[in-house]
Design a protein around this ligand. Structure first.
Ligand SMILES: CC(=O)SCCNC(=O)CCNC(=O)[C@H](O)C(C)(C)COP(=O)(O)OP(=O)(O)OC[C@H]1O[C@@H](n2cnc3c(N)ncnc32)[C@H](O)[C@@H]1OP(=O)(O)O
Ligand SMILES: O=CC(=O)O
Ligand SMILES: [Mg+2]
Length: 529
């Protein structure tokens, strides 16, 4: 079907009848307004990222910014947190798929981050049906009949928080004045028009998670978008609240500045550990001295990860802002109680460490983890909704500590094969429309898969990319392993005969052996869907 679009806007994808409720004149007008106002700045900021990357490739090292020392040294706090966001001990996350939205809202978690980003393939149908799911969830009319089961919302549900796409992603099906719009602006604007007032009437508000930013100027762009949107919709300034994921190494040097830019709209920071590790690899991929060990060895207790986690916590609480912990990739293991108990122990200790450090809450990947994560936070918080009052003057993190990238060993054949296997499996699932999958009993999404594919790229090129048996990782070795790992993937993936896995193997080979490092794996993949 066709719909009326604002002057200068074209939609190139199929508009199914149900999509009309989302692609309304008011919603599309806001997309067009925000795109015209802010697309040039998004492009400038992306160009600034590329320029910074060139300098890092040439050997520059990041440091805290001299020009913003007054912000780091100043005494200021973010605006008060609304009651609906005061208690976030456990936040469940997941793609915007209808059944999962209902299950997550009912999971017993305090809040729920619904995800248009890392755990979602951003094909047109997922984006628009995701928005339909949001509209129905906010109005509490969402329901589903599947496999003989009826899904509907409980009386008490988690507070909804939405993660739009990052600045790097376009929405290629919507053009304004002939140019693709930003995926993030598209997701945000549609959600705001359809749900902001409804959420406020129900005692919450429009709450967001902002992914993958690299600087406070990128946060300023979001803040300006919030201000314009609130004006356009007649909402008081400061209505929107957003938690920023600190998930790039460069943002770790600008945490105060990011909170400051968003201070009217801030709901704190989150330690997005998986993209953070990926960002470290990406930004220092050409540094001959930098090479991380097998992915499984790079944990939250690695020195650079510990420094980042503690700095985030200290920074947030100093500014009256919530500090939310990231996600352990461990998920429940079915039909193997012993291994399941080990996995649950891993989640427990992850949450216990965050709670004891002073974090106000943390993410879980699966409803089966809510209760045990809650237990760990309640052990520390008691009946307090958060521990924002807990200051950490004992924490003093230097630039050198943020850049202390260890462990470097071991790098093993098993670790290399694991990365190839996960990369091919995840890319194949993503191309088939599923952006979050269990692989080897771990949650895998775009961020975790990025670590796998960027390690393979780097191990081929780094002089330190040597297996513990002495063999240098090279392109021929990786090329030989890819078909072997593809066979294994096809044997275990539920839709293993889908041609997307063979295509994924081709793309994985191209990405890991080509001299060019793809900025994000989702960029070439997006052109295929
Ligand atoms: C790095 C980052 O960005 S982290 C944030 C992004 N990642 C995520 O959000 C992870 C989301 N998690 C998931 O997608 C899934 O849990 C997976 C893919 C990891 C595992 O999926 P599965 O193996 O299919 O889970 P499993 O079979 O155990 O699911 C059991 C039930 O729980 C539901 N479920 C599982 N995870 C979730 C979730 N995160 N939210 C809501 N419901 C969920 C399933 O829908 C299923 O429901 P049903 O019994 O009504 O059919
Ligand atoms: O988005 C979260 C992450 O760890 O990446
Ligand atoms: Mg991420």
């Amino acid at each position: 079907m066709t719909i009326a679009t604002p002057a200068g806007m074209d939609i190139t994808a199929e508009i199914k009848p149900a999509y009309e409720q989302i692609l309304t004149p008011e919603a599309l007008a806001l997309v067009a307004q925000l795109s015209r106002a802010f697309e040039p700045r998004r492009q400038e900021l992306l160009a600034a990222r590329a320029e910074r990357a060139r300098r890092l490739d040439a050997g520059e090292r990041p440091d805290f910014l001299p020009g913003t020392a007054h912000i780091r040294d100043g005494e200021w706090q973010i605006a008060p947190i609304p009651p609906a966001l005061a208690c976030r001990r456990v936040e469940i996350t997941g793609p915007v798929e209808r059944k999962m939205v209902i299950n997550a809202l009912n999971s017993g978690a305090d809040s729920y981050m619904t995800d248009f980003e890392d755990s979602n393939t951003p094909n047109w149908d997922n984006q628009i049906t995701g928005q339909i799911n949001m509209m129905d969830a906010v109005r509490r009319t969402i329901s589903l009949e599947q496999n003989g089961k009826t899904y509907r919302l409980n009386d008490k549900v988690a507070t909804l928080v939405v993660r739009p796409r990052g600045w790097h992603l376009d929405e290629k099906h919507v053009l304004v004045d002939g140019k693709r719009v930003s995926g993030g602006i598209f997701d945000f604007a549609l959600f705001m028009v359809h749900n902001a007032k409804e959420l406020l009437a129900r005692g919450a508000g429009p709450y967001f998670y902002l992914p993958k930013m690299e600087s406070h100027l990128e946060a300023r762009l979001w803040n300006d978008i919030f201000v314009m949107t609130q004006e356009a919709l007649g909402l008081p300034r400061g209505t929107i609240k957003a938690t920023v994921l600190i998930e790039t190494i460069l943002a770790a040097f600008e945490m105060d500045e990011i909170l400051y830019e968003l201070r009217e709209h801030s709901a704190g920071l989150n330690a997005g550990r998986w993209d953070y590790i990926f960002s470290c690899i990406k930004k220092f991929k050409l540094d001959k001295d930098f090479c991380l060990a097998d992915r499984a060895k790079v944990t939250m207790t690695a020195p650079f990860m510990r420094a980042y986690a503690l700095l985030l916590l200290k920074t947030c609480h100093k500014r009256g802002a919530p500090a939310i912990g990231g996600m352990s990739a461990l998920i429940p293991i079915k039909n193997d109680p012993e291994r399941n108990e080990v996995a649950m122990g891993g989640v427990r200790s992850d949450k216990a460490r965050d709670a004891t450090d002073g974090y106000d809450g943390g993410w879980v990947a699966h409803p089966g983890l809510v209760e045990l994560a809650m237990t760990e936070f309640v052990k520390v918080l008691g009946d307090q909704p958060n521990q924002i009052g807990k200051q950490r003057p004992d924490v003093n993190v230097s630039a050198a500590e943020l850049l202390d990238f260890k462990p470097e060993t071991p790098i093993t054949e098993a670790g290399l094969r694991y990365n190839i296997n996960v990369g091919v499996h995840y890319l194949g699932a993503w191309l088939a429309g599923n952006g979050c999958v269990p692989i080897h009993n771990l949650m895998e999404d775009a961020a975790t898969a990025e670590i796998s594919r960027s390690q393979v790229w780097q191990w081929i090129r780094s002089p330190k990319g040597v297996l513990e048996d002495g063999r240098k990782v090279d392109a021929a070795m990786v090329r030989a392993m890819i078909p072997e790992e593809l066979d294994k993937v096809k044997a275990v993936a539920p839709n293993g005969d889908n041609p997307s896995y063979a295509r994924a193997a081709e793309i994985f080979e191209q990405m890991s052996t080509s001299d060019n490092f793809a900025e994000f794996l989702t960029l070439p993949l997006y052109e295929e869907i």
